[in-house]
Design a protein around this ligand. Structure first.
Ligand SMILES: [Fe+2]
Ligand SMILES: [Fe+2]
Length: 332
């Protein structure tokens, strides 16, 4: 490697580094991004590979109770809104401020995954026979969903208000909350139904989606941890306090939403589970970010990891560590 290339790679940073838009991704500086991209590519799938005809039959034949249909539709409404928000956030806000080409690659792939998820929900709506207006625009008639969407948008789209390195760090923390907390009550609803033998095609679709979200979560955790190495001065007590605030809000919104969609108890879920699950997830994410837990709550649905096959997905990303930069004599 010439000295010129070596120094260009050494100068590469997550944000505010040199950038020429030529995507010179070798040699790699941020090796976690290359490893995550490889796993993302290996995870490639397509929504039309998932057969939803049995789900459509179950829905048409009245196999689901009114409460179950209501929980299903509400979960679908929020998830579809959330993936739409995330797709646009990545494309219009996050990626354009990133000055590492290998991380740009990952973020673009993530945006593609979100586009696939948008398509997955569209296929669920269409094949099962829901009114698209009722699902996509549920927030117009559902005040609780509207409030939650609003909160997610204002915390995730913080960069839309103007770039600053601090805002970028907060946007990454918001992404960790989004990928690692917000989606999960929705997933739980579909898995709980499937464990009862209902809407199993939908649960299969959600498993594929969740496998992608695990990759996204790892990407943003790695970006967070790399920023801590590259820009330690940004991680002030004030900023960390804002991150804790953001996570507490995520837990409160998810707990309230989880309780709301089961209306006191449907599918064997109850308010205690819906309250504890986001707390447990929040602690997990904070620990991965090198921060202290807030709640100390155990997982109230231990079957979740096995059923969702999330352990396998985690294993695929297990090798990807923040300090796994490319070998050689790169300097910091
Ligand atoms: Fe997604
Ligand atoms: Fe995602």
């Amino acid at each position: 490697m010439t000295e010129e290339v070596q120094s260009a790679v050494n100068a590469r940073r997550v944000i505010e580094g040199p950038k020429n838009d030529l995507m010179q991704v070798r040699p790699v500086k941020h090796a976690f991004a290359r490893d995550i991209l490889k796993t993302m590519m290996a995870n490639t799938w397509f929504p039309d590979e998932v057969d939803l005809t049995d789900d459509a039959k179950q829905f048409a034949l009245g196999t689901l109770s009114d409460g179950e249909i209501d929980a299903y539709k509400k979960a679908l409404a929020f998830l579809s809104n959330l993936d739409g928000i995330q797709l646009n956030n990545l494309v219009n806000n996050i990626n354009r401020h990133v000055t590492s080409p290998e991380i740009n690659q990952c973020l673009v792939r993530q945006a593609w995954d979100e586009a696939l998820h948008v398509e997955s929900y569209a296929q669920m709506i269409e094949t099962i026979g829901f009114d698209p207006k009722e699902v996509y625009w549920m927030f117009e008639t559902d005040e609780i969903l509207a409030k939650k969407n609003q909160h997610v948008m204002s915390s995730s789209l913080i960069l839309g208000k103007g770039f600053s390195p601090e805002n970028f760090v907060l946007a990454i923390a918001a992404n960790v909350a989004l990928e690692g907390i917000y989606f999960y009550n929705g997933f739980l609803t579909f898995y709980t139904l499937a464990r009862m033998g209902k809407m199993k095609g939908s649960a299969k679709m959600i498993k594929f989606i969740q496998r992608d979200e695990v990759g996204h979560l790892h990407l943003h955790l790695n970006i967070w941890n790399t920023l801590r190495l590259e820009r330690p001065e940004l991680f002030t007590p004030e900023l960390i306090a804002k991150v804790y605030d953001l996570f507490r809000h995520a837990v409160n919104f998810e707990a309230d939403w989880g309780k709301y969609i089961i209306e006191g108890g449907v599918l064997g879920l109850n308010d205690t589970i819906q309250g504890q699950f986001p707390e447990y997830l929040c602690d997990l994410r904070l620990t991965s970010m090198g921060l202290d837990k807030i709640y100390g709550t155990e997982n109230p649905v231990p079957w979740f990891d096995t059923f969702s096959q999330i352990n396998d997905a985690e294993q695929n990303f297990f090798e990807t560590k923040v300090d796994a930069y490319s070998s050689g004599d790169l300097q910091w």
